[in-house]
Design a protein around this ligand. Structure first.
Ligand SMILES: Nc1nc2c(ncn2[C@@H]2O[C@@H]3COP(=O)(O)O[C@H]4[C@@H](O)[C@H](n5cnc6c(=O)[nH]c(N)nc65)O[C@@H]4COP(=O)(O)O[C@H]3[C@H]2O)c(=O)[nH]1
Length: 692
């Protein structure tokens, strides 16, 4: 054993016994290593074992550079150590990437001290703190920073970090276009100093709400920017521990505008931009609440453009639309700002007047409205005269709620029409009687089917030349225990308005086809059955299937059924009606134009749709023998129908003279009291059998 070895042994001895080592032994979160002058391990605490993987036994006596110093650093470490030992040049504390037993990199913060022991031998102590957690956390923080930056850059939202009091700490924006002020104006300033007062106070109150409710709060606001008004949605998220809030601001202008369009569509008429029925009635309810509170009178006007359908139909929908737009403008011009004018649909408008002090007021306004329509309308270079019929209901005299008042005004409007149009009519109690009757009929009609109160009568149709019955028209009769016999002219329009025509119409078709089956089978002859179809029934999407099934079930040829429709059905121009007519034709069912001569009698419909039969209204047949113009018209109608390939039925034939004349005019078929009134099924069978 040489002297050097003895010194080393002693050094180790001292090292082990050093009270400092006892302290290092107790701390295992820090690695403390002692090295002698040759950098051989003389001390290796538990922390070193945990960090570098070498046990004390394995480490002791080994050289620093062989243990934990990676190859590329070795020379530098040896040189630095030697500089320190020989020249007293300290190795500064620094971060270093060392190596553990398995060869893995270990990031540490390494500090070093040099002692000279009592044998005057230098010993170096390294104190290494494991930085891997710190480094990982740092890396994660950097990653999160990058991630947030990417997110902020990719999202068009604005992000503001601010103190709870509203002072802006930081912001992120993918572009500055959405910033109301420059970044310099924002940072360090309070929202209240930068944003308009109204918007700033919205922010303050919502931040307060979020803090109070300890939850995310959102709200919307608008800012006038250089390029126009921009709508924003702000969400306030709390960073409670830091007494800060995060504002996430999104530009919702597009959304807002589309919502605005939808809102507008829901509440305003797209053609005239007037409030629609829904909004107008809502406003009426509001007016009534206010009128009740302030003890004031209000008025509801129900306006209908006279003969608009004719204009619409003769000049086309485009002209009709322009007339409606112009009418809406004229109505608005007569009224005060606080009054409302709305479009109920078609050619019907509503006017709501609030704060009426005298009954007279409504009268003056009604006269002004009529006056404003006296000036002809100019559309596409044409001068057109359009008049109005106005029904007026007064709150509280005629009713307390919107629907009652509207109904009263509607009833009064009918009265104005009956008075000859181009006038107004105030609702009276007498009109109430008419209305009551309508209500009563509607009330009684509900359940009438179930109570078997309806019956079908059949009016025969006769071939003019041969004198044979060729078929019949099914006409509905209603006998109600309360109301007695109600005429179809009275109950059919009510059934149409209430929608009850749909089940009633199905009943008619079923009964009529059932009877036709019986009739055809009894007499072994192919009769036809004409059934009236209301406009409302076209909305019954299952109707044609329903008809098809019965025809199939009863084995009736489709061309034995004739569906009668009036011009009114076609005037609406709705596509589902067009489609249904095409399908009726495709099925082989006959189509008949009813009441020809009473409405607009448009030839274009006859060309446009596949009609098989034209029925001349009885009002024309009535006077054909005495009235030459009527006779000429009927003659022309028959000739025109034939040229279009249609058969003609003359309705309401009551005399032999009429029949003879119609024969001369080449009319195909007749129907009327001259042959027979509408009859119950059994009687028609008897008549038909006798006629054979
Ligand atoms: N003065 C006179 N009148 C005659 C003569 N011949 C027939 N009539 C009447 O003229 C009407 C002809 O029916 P419409 O034009 O389809 O007119 C029908 C039709 O539009 C409607 N209607 C009747 N039944 C139904 C139905 O089942 N469904 C639908 N949607 N409407 C129906 O009610 C209207 C009136 O029906 P009704 O009162 O049965 O009146 C029937 C018939 O009784 C005559 O020589 N002189």
């Amino acid at each position: 054993m040489n002297s050097k070895t003895v010194v080393n042994m002693l050094t180790h001895q001292y090292a082990i016994n050093d009270p400092l080592h006892q302290l290092f032994d107790a701390v295992n979160v820090i690695s403390v290593q002692g090295y002698d002058q040759e950098r051989r391990v003389i001390y290796w605490n538990q922390g070193s074992e945990l960090l570098y993987g070498y046990t004390e036994e394995e480490a002791k006596g080994k050289k620093l550079e062989d243990l934990i110093i990676p190859e590329p650093m070795r020379e530098g470490v040896i040189a630095a150590h030697s500089d320190w030992v020989k020249h007293g040049i300290e190795i500064p504390a620094s971060e270093a990437i060392l190596r553990d037993k398995s060869g893995k990199d270990i990031i540490v913060f390494s500090s070093h001290v040099m002692f000279t022991n009592q044998h005057n031998i230098k010993q170096m102590y390294c104190i290494d703190i494991d930085l891997s957690d710190v480094k990982q956390a740092q890396a994660q923080a950097i990653f999160k920073d990058h991630m947030l930056e990417t997110i902020f850059g990719a999202i068009p939202d604005l992000f503001f970090l601010m103190e709870e009091c509203g002072t802006i700490i930081d912001y992120h924006a993918s572009d500055d276009e959405h910033l109301y002020a420059s970044p310099e104006q924002f940072i360090g300033n309070n929202m209240a100093d930068v944003l308009p007062e109204e918007v700033a106070s919205k922010f303050q109150s919502h931040i307060a709400k979020a803090l109070q409710q300890k939850t995310m709060v959102s709200f919307e606001y608008a800012l006038t920017m250089p390029h126009g008004v921009v709508y924003f949605e702000a969400r306030i998220g709390l960073l409670s521990e830091y007494h800060q809030v995060m504002l996430i601001i999104r530009d919702i202008t597009e959304q807002y505008k589309s919502a605005e369009v939808i809102r507008h569509q829901a509440y305003f008429d797209s053609l005239t931009s007037l409030p629609n029925r829904f909004l107008a009635l809502d406003r009426l309810s509001q007016i009534l609440i206010e009128a009740q509170r302030s003890n004031e009178k209000a008025a509801v006007f129900f306006l209908d453009l006279d003969d608009f359908k004719k204009v619409n139909d003769s000049l086309g929908h485009e002209v009709g639309d322009k007339l409606l737009i112009e009418s809406a403008k004229r109505l608005q011009q007569v009224l005060r700002k606080e009054d409302t004018v709305g479009r109920l649909g078609g050619d019907e408008f509503i006017v709501l007047l609030r704060g009426l002090t005298e009954h007279h007021n409504a009268l003056v306004i009604a006269e002004n409205l009529l006056k404003t329509f006296r000036k002809p309308f100019e559309v596409d270079g044409r001068e057109l005269v359009l008049t109005l019929s106005i029904g007026i209901a007064i709150y509280p005299k005629n009713g307390n709620c919107a629907s009652d008042l509207l109904r009263c005004a509607d009833t009064a409007m009918y009265q104005a029409k009956a008075l000859g149009r181009n006038t107004y009519s105030f609702f009276t109690k007498e009109m109430n009687i008419i209305m009551q009757r309508r209500f009563e009929i509607e009330g009684q009609m509900r359940g009438a089917l179930e109570r078997n109160e309806f019956e079908l009568y059949y009016q025969p149709q006769v071939d003019v030349k041969k004198g044979h019955i060729i078929g019949a028209e099914a006409l509905l009769r209603w006998n109600n225990p309360v109301l007695g016999n109600v005429t179809p002219e009275e109950f059919i329009p009510i059934a149409e308005n209430s929608g009850l025509i749909v089940p009633i119409g199905r009943f008619v078709i079923k009964q009529a086809l059932w009877f036709l089956h019986l009739w055809q089978n009894t007499e072994q002859k192919k009769y036809t059955m004409a059934v009236n179809l209301s406009p409302r029934q076209f909305r019954d999407t299952e109707l044609l299937n329903f008809i098809k099934n019965i025809l199939k079930d009863k084995q009736i040829d489709t061309d034995s059924l004739e569906l009668e429709i009036t011009e009114g059905v076609l005037m609406t121009g709705q596509s589902f009606i067009h489609d249904a007519i095409v399908e009726i034709n495709a099925l082989g069912i006959k189509l008949s134009m009813d009441d020809f001569g009473t409405g607009y009698s448009s030839l274009s419909y006859l060309r446009q749709y596949p009609f098989d039969v034209l029925k001349i209204d009885r009002s024309f047949i009535n006077c054909i023998t005495e009235n030459k113009p009527d006779c000429d018209l009927v003659k022309a109608t028959i000739a025109m129908s034939h040229s279009l390939g249609l058969k003609v039925v003359a309705e309401g034939v009551e005399t032999k003279e009429q029949l003879l004349l119609l024969n001369d005019l080449n009319c195909d078929f007749v129907q009327g009291y001259y042959f027979s009134k509408p009859l119950p099924a059994k009687q028609l069978l008897e008549l038909s059998a006798a006629h054979k």
